[in-house]
Design a protein around this ligand. Sequence first.
Ligand code: HEM
Length: 185
Amino acid sequence: MDMRNWFLAFHMLGVIVYAGSLLTLSRLLAFTVAQPAETRERLIPFVRRSYFFVTLPSLIVLLIFGLLLIFKVGEPGGGILDYLKPYADEAHTIRTPWYSTFHAKLVLFASLVAIDISMGRSIGKLSRGVTTLSPRRFKMLHGLMALIILLIVILMEAGPLKGPTIDAYFPKHHAAQTAQQPGQP
Ligand code: HEM
């Protein structure tokens, strides 16, 4: 297994844990803010721990491995931001299909992080004793995040990024890779 596959594996682990924890946390927040004071006080430390010890670390893991993939660390001809280039050639004649796909993914990701930060702020308020938070808001955020995650996974798995992508558009990179792995079809 080459380095890229290791990065992908850890990127996907980060994605799974991050997505799972965001979806759980939003429902947990909706439940917590609807409870009487005594139950709420008992749930808040659990909510805080989930956020700081699961949600944030998994975000960092997915981001670190996403960046290693973007910068093509350890790959032949690495260090090029191929995913973010609108054209595959110097003459700017071949458009890269992943350019728009990847930007769409990054915009969706940014909105997910914005919701994440807003939930973090709500957890802070809850810890300071604010009791005016509405469960409806967290239920709506839950649905919105589920939609965003769905769209990102569809973009990555069924969109133009899937299949023989970079190598088909970057012959130099492709040549360097096949030279490194002789005997591969
Ligand atoms: C919650 C947010 C994210 C989700 C759900 C997500 C999901 C995915 C999925 C499903 C794949 C395809 C794995 C495969 O089957 O090969 C992938 C690959 C990748 N991701 Fe992410 N990702 C997220 C955030 C990010 C971020 C923030 C970055 C950049 C900093 C990033 C960079 C990449 C790169 C470069 C690839 C490899 C694409 C390829 O060449 O096939 N991802 N991601």
